[in-house]
Design a protein around this ligand. Structure first.
Ligand SMILES: Cc1cc2nc3c(=O)[nH]c(=O)nc-3n(C[C@H](O)[C@H](O)[C@H](O)COP(=O)(O)OP(=O)(O)OC[C@H]3O[C@@H](n4cnc5c(N)ncnc54)[C@H](O)[C@@H]3O)c2cc1C
Length: 552
C-alpha cells in the first residue's frame, strides 16, 4: 500500500487544455463573490463526483450549495460492501484511477486516501494473466511471456498511433503543457477523424492489415485490456485516452472509491469564505442531501427545483450533474433550460452499457500453485467468452478476497441484462470451467454475488457516455455550455457538468474538471470573479476553446 506515484503526466485534454490542477492548487483560490452574494443558495443536482466537487468548491467560495441526490452519495463511484463482510468491497462503478488524473488526485490527496497499484492485465502488480481467445489459452506475467503475435499486435498499435495520430508529439506536448502544439495537431486530427470509428481507424492503418491482428488487439487491447466493445465508437475518444495515459499507471483507492465523493461531503475545508471554520457540506445539509429532483423550471428570478418529497425551492443558479438523459425522461424539464441545439445534443448522447459481477471468496486461492502446470491456479483473465474480464483482488494470503468474475461492455453486457445475480453466476462458473477445468471456484465462494448492469439502473441508463463517429459537434455544444455569454439571458444560470459533458467520459477526472467549469460559470453568473493571478477555465476559454467543425 502506498501513496507514492510516478512523475505525473496530466490528463491535459487537447480539446480544452486548461490546467485544472494548477487552478486548484494556486494560493489565490478559485475566486471571490461580489459583496452581498455570500450565503446565496445554488442547487446542485446529483451527489456524485461532479456534483460534490462543485458543491464543495461553491461552499468554499461562500455560497450555500443545496445538493439533491436520487440514490446514494457517490453516484458511479459506488463501493458496495459484501453483506456480512463489510470490510470487503465490490467496486460497482469506477475502480482504477490513472495517476495522470491530477485534478481528481487533488481531492484524493486532500482527503489523504491511500492508493495501491491496480492489477490490470499483464501489469507489474498482477501475478499472472491468461488470455483465452478462439479456444486457445496463453498465460504469462508480461507481454514477453506470450507468443510473438502478441508483441506484433502491440507494435502495430504503436505504429498506427505514431504514423496517423502523432503519439509522441502529443504526449510530449501534454507533458510540457505546450498548448500551442497540442491545439495545432489535435485540431487537425479532429477534422480528419471525427467521422472515423475506432475499428475503421485500425482497419485503414497499414500496420493492422491482418484481421487476426485486429481480433487479438480487440481481445488484449492496451492498458486495461480488451477494447473491442469500443470498436464502433469514435476513434477520437480512444486517442484522448491514449495521449493522456488514462489507461496507464492506474491505482485503486484502498477502502473504496466512494470515499472520494463521500469524503468531500464530510470534509471541513481549512480555508473557506463566509462560513465558520468546521463547516462541511454535511453540516450545511443537516447530514442528508435533498431527494431526487422531479421538475426543473425557469422562473422570472431564476429556477424552481421540485423534488420527489414535494419540496419546491427557488435558486438563482443550478448545477446539473446526472446523466443528461434524465432531463428527457425522469425529470420534467422546462424546454427553456437550454437552447434547442443543446437538446439535440442530449437526445443524441450515446452511452456504453456495462455489467459486473463480484463474489467474495475465503482466500486468494488463485495464487496456489497448480501441481500439474506449476502455474497459478487461476489468473487475471481476458476471454472472448461471456465473462470477458476476470479481476482478482487479494488482501493477504489468509484473508477473504474479492473476485470480479466478469466485467463486460455493450453487447457483452446485454447478454447478462435479463439474468438475476444467481443466474449470472451460474453462467460464469460454467464458462470459466472451460478455461480452468478442474478448478472448483464455487467451493471458495462466501455468500451471495453482487451484480450490476448500469444500463438498467433507473437513474443512470448507461455506464457512461462514449461518442460515436460524427458526434464531436454535439460533444462540443455540451462541454462549452458553461460559457454563457452568447446565450440569451433567459438561458443563462443553468450549468451542465459531469461525466456526460466531459471529453474523457468514463474517467472521474472529467467529472471533476467539468464540475470546476460549472463552478467558474456560477461564480461568473453571480457577478464574482477569479483572481487575476489565477484565471479560471472561462477566463482562458477563447485562447484554448475546442475547435469548431463546419455545420454545412
Ligand atoms: C462501470 C463503470 C466503470 C468505471 N470505471 C472508471 C474507472 O475505473 N476510473 C475512472 O476514473 N472512472 C470510471 N468510471 C467513470 C466514473 O465513475 C465517472 O466519471 C464518475 O463517477 C461520474 O461522476 P458524475 O458526478 O459525473 O456522475 P454520477 O456519479 O452518475 O453522479 C450523478 C448523480 O446524480 C444522481 N441523480 C440522477 N438523477 C437524479 C435526480 N433526478 N435528482 C437528483 N440526483 C439524481 C445519481 O444518483 C448520481 O448519484 C466508471 C463508470 C462506470 C459506470
Amino acid at each position: 500500500m502506498t501513496s507514492a506515484r510516478p512523475a505525473p503526466t496530466t490528463m491535459l485534454v487537447p480539446d480544452f487544455p486548461f490546467s485544472y490542477d494548477g487552478w486548484l492548487r494556486h494560493p489565490a483560490g478559485l475566486g471571490a463573490l461580489p459583496p452581498g452574494a455570500a450565503g446565496t443558495e445554488v442547487a446542485v443536482v446529483g451527489g456524485g463526483m461532479a456534483g460534490l466537487t462543485a458543491a464543495y468548491e461553491l461552499m468554499r467560495l461562500g455560497l450555500r450549495p443545496v445538493v439533491y441526490e436520487a440514490e446514494q452519495l457517490g453516484g458511479r463511484m459506488r463501493s458496495t460492501p459484501f453483506p456480512g463482510n463489510p470490510d470487503c468491497l465490490a467496486e460497482m462503478g469506477a475502480m482504477r484511477f490513472p495517476v495522470s488524473a491530477q485534478a481528481l488526485f487533488h481531492y484524493i490527496d486532500l482527503l489523504a486516501l491511500p492508493t495501491r497499484p491496480f492489477p490490470n492485465p499483464l501489469g507489474p502488480s498482477t501475478s499472472s494473466t491468461l488470455i483465452d481467445l478462439n479456444g486457445a489459452q496463453h498465460r504469462g506475467r508480461s507481454l514477453d511471456d506470450l507468443p510473438n503475435v502478441y508483441q506484433e499486435v502491440a507494435d502495430a498499435w504503436e505504429k498506427a498511433l505514431q504514423e496517423r495520430a502523432e503519439l509522441s508529439t502529443m504526449r510530449d506536448a501534454i507533458q510540457r503543457r505546450d498548448v500551442e502544439t497540442l491545439k495545432n495537431v489535435w485540431n487537425r486530427l479532429v477534422r480528419e477523424f471525427d467521422d472515423q470509428s475506432f475499428y475503421g481507424f485500425l482497419a485503414t492503418s497499414s500496420a493492422f492489415q491482418s484481421f487476426r491482428h485486429r481480433e487479438i488487439f480487440g481481445q488484449v487491447g492496451f492498458g486495461t485490456g480488451g477494447w473491442d466493445t469500443d470498436f464502433p465508437n469514435s476513434v477520437l475518444e480512444i486517442l484522448r485516452v491514449v495521449y493522456t495515459e488514462a489507461d496507464d499507471h492506474q491505482v485503486a483507492i484502498v477502502g473504496g472509491s466512494q470515499q472520494v465523493p463521500r469524503g468531500l461531503w464530510e470534509h471541513r475545508p481549512a480555508t473557506l469564505a463566509h462560513w465558520p471554520q468546521g463547516t462541511s457540506l454535511a453540516s450545511l445539509h443537516d447530514g442528508a442531501p435533498q431527494p431526487a429532483v422531479t421538475r426543473l423550471l425557469r422562473t422570472a428570478q431564476g429556477f424552481r427545483v421540485e423534488d420527489e418529497s414535494g419540496g419546491r425551492r427557488e435558486f438563482p443558479a443550478v448545477v446539473f450533474s446526472p446523466h443528461v438523459w434524465t432531463l428527457l425522461n425522469r425529470i420534467e424539464s422546462d424546454p427553456a433550460l437550454l437552447p434547442t441545439d443543446h437538446w439535440t445534443a442530449i437526445e443524441r448522447t450515446h452511452y456504453m452499457g456495462a455489467s459486473k459481477l463480484f463474489v467474495l471468496v475465503d482466500r486468494p486461492f488463485w495464487l496456489d500453485t497448480d501441481p500439474v502446470t506449476g502455474q497459478d491456479a487461476m489468473s487475471m483473465t481476458l476471454t472472448d467468452r461471456m465473462p470477458r474480464g476476470v479481476y482478482l483482488f487479494d488482501d493477504g494470503p489468509d484473508r477473504p478476497a474479492v473476485m470480479c468474475l466478469s466485467y463486460t461492455w455493450n453487447d457483452d453486457s446485454l447478454k447478462f441484462a435479463t439474468l438475476d445475480a444467481e443466474e449470472r453466476l451460474e453462467v460464469l462458473l460454467t464458462r470459466l470451467a472451460l478455461i480452468y477445468p478442474g478448478l472448483d471456484i464455487r467451493s471458495h465462494i462466501l455468500g451471495e454475488p453482487l451484480a450490476i448492469s448500469w444500463e438498467t439502473e433507473p437513474s443512470f441508463m448507461g455506464a457512461f457516455k462514449s461518442n460515436l463517429p460524427g458526434q464531436y459537434r454535439y460533444q462540443r455544444r455540451l462541454f462549452t455550455q458553461f460559457m454563457q455569454e452568447d446565450l440569451d439571458e433567459r438561458q443563462q444560470g443553468f450549468f451542465l457538468c459531469g461525466d456526460d459533458v466531459s471529453w474523457t467520459a468514463g474517467f472521474a477526472e472529467g467529472a471533476v474538471t467539468t464540475a470546476l467549469n460549472a463552478v467558474w460559470g456560477v461564480l461568473n453568473h453571480l457577478g464574482g470573479a477569479t483572481h487575476p493571478d489565477n484565471p479560471g477555465p472561462g477566463d482562458l476559454f477563447h485562447g484554448i476553446a475546442p475547435v469548431e467543425l463546419p455545420y454545412t
